[in-house]
Design a protein around this ligand. Structure first.
Ligand code: HEC
Ligand code: HEC
Length: 422
C-alpha cells in the first residue's frame, strides 16, 4: 500500500485511540462517582484527578488479573505465562516447538504467542482497504484478526481449552470473586458486579486492556532514544537500519513501517498491520500438522470464520485471495521473543532474516522442494511476490550477504525496551 495511505491509517488509529482514552476517562469519572470509589472533597473539585485515580485503579486491577495464576484450569497459567515481560511480552509458556503450551498437561496449540505490547498502535477492528485497485486486509487482533478489540481479545484465552482452559464464564468470574483483589474489582466496576456474570466477565477484558495500553507501550528502546535525539546507533546498528530501510536491499520498512526522523517514537509502529502470505515454512512440530491435509489458512480459518468482504473491494477479489495471509506484527521487542512468525517455525532471528534474503534464490533450503510447503496448491498464488525482497528473481542470488544480515539483526536489537515489570 502506498506510504501516505498507511501513514493515514496509523494516524487514524491514533486519533481513535485518543478519543477512546477520552471517552474512557469520562466514563471512569462517572463510574467513580456512581460506583462508590472514595474521593476526597478536594478531588471532587478536580474531576480530572478523580478520573485519573479511577483509571489507575482499573490499570492496577488489569495487571493483577494478567498475572493471576489462579485463573487457569488447572491453576498455573496466567496470561503472563505466554506474554512474559522478559520475552518481549510473548513466549510460549516454556514450549520449545514455537507454539504455545496450555494449562492442561500435554495441550499444545497451533500458533506462536504474539506480543501483547503496543496494542494501541494496531487499528481495530479488521477492515479491508482498496487503494489503486488493490484490496488489502488491515488490523484486528490475533494472527488472523478475529478479535475486534483488546477488550474482547482478552476474554478468548480464558475459555480456550488449549490455553487457560476454563469451562465457563461463571467459573472465571467465581475465581475473581474469591481473589485477593475482589474488593478492588467491586470498587472499580460496581458493588453488585459479581451478581451479573456477563457484565463481570466483560469487565475483565476492560481492566486487562486498560493495563496493556497504559503499561505495555513504554517506547523506551535505544531506537526510541535515537528518535528523540538522546542516543546514537553504533556503526553496525546504523548500517542495519539503512539496509532495513533500503528498498533495493532488505526493504523491511516497506512493510514494517518506521519514521526515524519525526522525533516521535509512536510514528514507528514497525508494522503496517496488513496481511500477507509470505511463505513461512510448515512447522512439523505442531500436532495438527501431523495431518498432511491440515493447513492453517489465517484469514480463511480454521480458527475463525472467513470475514465478509465489503462491496468496495477491487473487481474480481474474493475471499480465497486472502487464504494463507497472516497479520504483520510489530517488530518492537522482537529480539526478545523465543520464536517467530505465526507458526513459530523460526527460533532464531538471524534465520528469519536469512529466510527473507534467500526465499526466492534457495527455496529448497526452506521447503525441501521448489515451492512453499505450507499452503494447498490452490492458494500458492496468494504468496507475496510484489514487494522486495519477495520480488527477487530466483537466479539473482541472496538479497543480503551474511554480514548485512548480521547488521539488520543488530538493528532489530535496538527495538528492545528497557526491562519493565511484570
Ligand atoms: C497458553 C498461552 C497463552 C495464554 C495463557 C494467553 N495467551 Fe495471548 N496469545 C497466545 C497466542 C498463541 C496468541 C496468538 C493466537 C492466534 O493468533 O490465534 C496470543 C495472542 C494474544 C494477543 C494478540 C496480540 C496482537 O497483536 O493481535 C493479545 C492481546 C493477547 N494474546 C493477550 C492475552 C491475555 C490478556 C491473556 C490472558 C487473559 C492471554 N493472552 C493469555 C497465547 C496465550
Ligand atoms: C511484504 C511485507 C513484508 C516485508 C517486506 C517484510 N516483512 Fe517481516 N513480516 C511480514 C509479515 C506478514 C509477517 C508475519 C508473517 C507470518 O507470521 O505469517 C512478518 C513477520 C516478521 C518477523 C517475525 C515477527 C514475530 O513476532 O514473529 C520478523 C522478525 C520480521 N518480519 C522481520 C523482517 C525483516 C528483517 C524484513 C526485511 C529483511 C522484513 N521483515 C520484511 C511482512 C513483511
Amino acid at each position: 500500500m502506498p506510504e501516505t495511505m498507511s501513514t493515514n491509517l496509523l494516524r487514524h488509529a491514533g486519533e481513535r485511540l485518543l478519543s477512546l482514552a477520552l471517552l474512557l476517562s469520562l466514563t471512569l469519572g462517572l463510574s467513580a462517582c456512581g460506583g462508590g470509589a472514595t474521593a476526597t472533597p478536594t478531588d471532587l473539585a478536580n474531576p480530572v484527578a478523580v478520573a485519573l485515580a479511577a483509571t489507575n485503579d482499573r490499570i492496577n486491577l488489569g495487571q493483577q488479573i494478567f498475572t493471576d495464576a489462579n485463573l487457569s484450569e488447572p491453576r498455573g497459567t496466567p496470561c503472563a505465562a505466554c506474554h512474559q515481560a522478559t520475552m518481549g511480552f510473548a513466549g510460549n509458556h516454556g514450549g520449545r516447538n514455537g507454539v504455545a503450551v496450555g494449562s492442561l498437561p500435554g495441550s499444545i496449540g497451533s500458533r506462536n504467542a504474539m506480543s501483547n505490547s503496543y496494542l494501541g498502535l494496531i487499528p481495530t477492528p479488521l477492515s479491508f482497504v482498496t487503494v489503486d485497485g488493490v484490496t488489502e486486509a488491515v488490523g484486528g487482533l490475533f494472527w488472523d484478526g478475529r478479535a475486534e478489540s483488546a477488550e474482547l481479545q482478552a476474554l478468548g484465552p480464558l475459555l480456550n481449552p488449549l490455553e487457560m482452559n476454563n469451562t465457563s464464564r461463571k467459573s472465571v468470574v467465581d475465581k475473581i470473586a474469591q481473589s485477593r483483589y475482589a474488593a478492588q474489582f467491586r470498587q472499580v466496576f460496581g458493588a453488585d458486579i459479581f451478581t451479573d456474570t456477563d457484565a463481570a466477565f466483560t469487565s475483565i477484558g476492560v481492566a486487562i486492556a486498560a493495563f496493556e495500553r497504559a503499561r505495555l507501550q513504554p517506547f523506551s528502546s535505544k531506537y526510541d532514544a535515537m528518535v528523540r535525539g538522546q542516543a546514537t546507533l553504533s556503526p553496525t546498528e546504523a548500517r542495519g537500519m539503512a539496509l532495513f530501510m533500503d528498498p533495493a536491499k532488505g526493504n523491511c520498512a516497506g512493510c514494517h513501517l518506521m519514521n526515524p526522523t519525526s522525533g516521535r517514537p509512536e510514528d514507528s509502529a514497525f508494522s503496517e498491520f496488513t496481511y500477507y502470505a509470505t511463505g513461512i515454512p510448515r512447522n512439523p512440530a505442531i500436532p495438527k500438522n501431523a495431518d498432511p491435509a491440515f493447513y492453517d489458512l489465517g484469514l480463511c480459518g480454521p480458527d475463525r470464520t472467513p470475514p465478509t468482504l465489503p462491496s468496495s473491494v477491487a473487481p474480481g477479489v474474493t475471499i480465497s485471495h486472502f487464504c494463507g495471509q497472516f497479520r504483520m506484527p510489530t517488530l518492537r521487542n522482537v529480539a526478545e521473543r523465543p520464536a517467530f512468525m505465526h507458526n513459530g517455525f523460526f527460533k532464531n532471528l538471524t534465520e528469519v532474516v536469512r529466510f527473507y534474503a534467500t526465499r526466492n534464490s534457495d527455496p529448497v533450503r526452506w521447503y525441501g522442494q521448489a515451492v512453499s510447503n505450507d499452503l494447498p496448491a490452490q492458494y500458492l498464488g496468494n504468496i507475496e511476490v510484489v514487494k522486495a525482497p519477495f520480488n527477487r528473481a530466483a537466479n539473482a542470488g541472496p538479497a543480503l550477504t551474511e554480514a548485512e544480515i548480521a547488521d539488520i539483526v543488530a538493528f532489530l536489537h535496538t527495538l528492545s525496551d528497557a526491562p519493565v515489570a511484570p
